[in-house]
Design a protein around this ligand. Structure first.
Ligand code: NIG
Ligand code: FE
Length: 413
């Protein structure tokens, strides 16, 4: 087993406020809080980012085996000097739709000159995805996952949802499974055009034979619960889909409150979903529900969607101040946000949603991990996987300070 000593770390952001380390930096210097789940882990007044300056870490067998002050580091078999760069946990992108073929640039352009998004374009991607062979889909997903890694993402959740037949949904999940264990069955993305005459038959298919074919390759199930779109699912339909999925042993996630006020948040909290995603339009009651459910249901914000659909941004400050647990993710998909960049989401969260750089980094790492009910990722801990992101910059603040500049990448040892 080869041990690698990584030095030249100007700022080691562990995202663990309880991190043991000499001279932890910036205890008083971090603005804001990061929500109840993060504050709960640490002592009062601790730096939520758990930062260490002038740091080093040792990696062996793909795990972090030591970190601390550079001056305290022992020699190792190999050494990598980062020359004054920040190191963070790899980003956890807890929401993406990477299994698709086709292009909807024209739909984006139309939106930029006033057209509204209502989910209708999903059928265009569905047709292109059904027509693609397995090899093509595999290559497309592999290319997108590689693009994410080049920007610092080490864990990605991938949904189906552009097949919408038993065979095409099962195939999408089998391809997704080749790249991640965080796979999500989204047969209830929209009612496909050929099923529009009989919605209830389609919901039965999603709850029955399609679920049965997809469950073996899925960890999660999701539903686009959106009464404001004629293509998506009502509260009753979403309840049926989620209940059937839970009975099959899948964890639950919900696309909710994206296009207007609605039942998505309430349903997600009621059913104990791990996450409700979008949360663009929230009532005071929705915010209270998410705050009360902070240990169960994460509010996952997808600001690339608001950017790419010219919509108002989600009320991140209201959520954080109420004590909800917040995650940031890309939602990378061909319709509402064709960006794979977690750094871009962080920049949007800071500039457009009033989150501090620290809050945004926490939401993009430990928040995403919590949305996937994972304790092993999203933080740098001794014994944990060496899923790390390195910045061509001295501190995490540069993620928002240098928008659009490719400063983040995964640390390959
Ligand atoms: O999360 N809202 C539903 N699904 C995706 C968009 C899918 C598409 O337009 O292709 C989303 O925004
Ligand atoms: Fe989505």
């Amino acid at each position: 087993m080869t041990a690698t000593l990584v030095t030249g770390i100007s700022e080691l952001v562990t995202c663990d406020p309880t991190a043991e380390g000499a001279d932890m930096a910036g205890r008083a210097g971090v603005a804001g809080t990061a929500g109840r789940a993060f504050a709960a882990g640490g002592a009062q007044g601790a730096d939520p980012l758990g930062r260490l300056v002038d740091a080093a870490l040792v990696i062996a067998d793909g795990r972090v085996v030591w970190f601390g002050r550079r001056s305290a580091a022992a020699a190792a078999d190999r050494r990598i000097d980062l020359g004054g760069r920040a190191v963070l946990p790899g980003f956890v992108d807890s929401h993406s739709h990477l299994v698709f073929d086709g292009d909807r640039a024209a739909e984006f352009t139309a939106r930029m000159t006033g057209a509204r998004y209502d989910g209708g374009g999903i059928a265009t991607t569905m047709a292109a995805t059904r027509a693609a062979d397995d090899q093509t889909l595999r290559a497309l997903v592999g290319g997108r996952v590689a693009e994410m890694r080049r920007q610092g993402t080490t864990t990605v959740e991938i949904k189906s949802g552009y097949g919408l037949t038993v065979e095409d949904e099962a195939r999408a999940l089998a391809v997704a499974r080749e790249f991640t264990s965080e796979t999500t069955y989204l047969g209830a993305h929209v009612v496909p055009p050929e099923a529009r005459g009989d919605r209830s038959a389609y919901v039965s298919l999603v709850c029955g034979p399609m679920l049965e074919a997809c469950a073996p390759s899925a960890r999660w199930a999701d539903v686009f619960c959106e009464p404001n779109s004629p293509h998506a699912f009502t509260e009753e339909e979403a309840y049926a889909v989620l209940s059937a999925a839970a009975d099959s042993g899948l964890g639950l996630r919900v696309h909710g409150n994206q296009l207007g006020h609605g039942p998505g948040v309430r349903l997600a909290v009621e059913l104990g979903a791990a996450s409700v995603d979008h949360c663009t339009y929230l009532s005071a009651a929705d915010v209270d529900l998410l705050a009360d459910a902070a240990d169960t249901t994460v509010a996952t914000l997808l600001p690339g969607v608001e950017f790419s659909t010219r919509s108002p941004y989600p009320p991140a400050r209201r959520l954080l101040e109420a004590g909800a647990t917040v995650a940031l993710a890309t939602d990378c998909n061909p319709g509402t946000c064709y960006s794979s960049s977690m750094p871009f989401m962080i920049a949007l969260a800071v500039r457009e949603m009033g989150m501090s750089p620290a809050e945004a980094v926490l939401a993009a790492t430990v928040g995403g991990a919590k949305a996937l009910r994972r304790n092993d990722i999203g933080r740098i801990v001794v014994g944990g996987p060496a899923d790390l992101c390195v910045l061509d910059a001295p501190t995490h603040e540069h993620l928002a300070y240098r928008p659009g500049v490719p400063i983040a990448r995964t640390l390959e040892v």
